[in-house]
Write a protein that binds this ligand. Structure first.
Ligand SMILES: [Zn+2]
Length: 135
């Protein structure tokens, strides 16, 4: 979709701190995390929300999130990985995957701007865990 910021990230018209992708999905760090390591997992085909995805793609999206959860948790040293679906920020289907140490940490009012240097350092840590960690 022409004006969709996530479609532009997928097309690499806008840079992102990507940590993982395959032919169908992309996971990258949000620039306004509630906690360090806050990822967005998106399908590469535009859909207004996760619930608008075809059933198979919907299932694959959550399986991709499952596959990233252990390396994300290990990379960030968090107690859990939380997941949020709400879709108010950008009308392109996305899951929030957030390293958390308590239930209130998923509150979106905790969002803050992260510096490019911080985002790149965190992205490197997560990419390294995905590629080299044992899960
Ligand atoms: Zn889009």
């Amino acid at each position: 979709m022409a004006d969709c910021i996530f479609c532009k990230i997928i097309a690499k018209e806008i840079p992102s701190h990507a940590v993982w992708e395959n032919d169908r999905f992309l996971a990258f760090l949000t620039i306004r995390p509630v906690n360090p390591g806050h990822l967005l997992m998106i399908p590469k085909v535009h859909a207004d929300s996760v619930f608008a995805l075809p059933a198979a793609r919907y299932q694959e999206l959550f399986e991709a999130a499952k596959a990233l959860s252990a390396p994300l948790q290990h990379a960030m040293g968090s107690a859990r990985v939380g997941m949020v679906v709400e879709g108010f920020g950008v009308p392109h289907a996305h899951l929030h995957l957030v390293p958390i140490n308590g239930p209130r940490e998923l509150d979106s009012t905790r969002e803050r701007d992260a510096s490019p240097g911080e985002l790149e350092a965190v992205a490197k840590t997560i990419r390294n865990e995905i590629e080299n960690g044992s899960h």
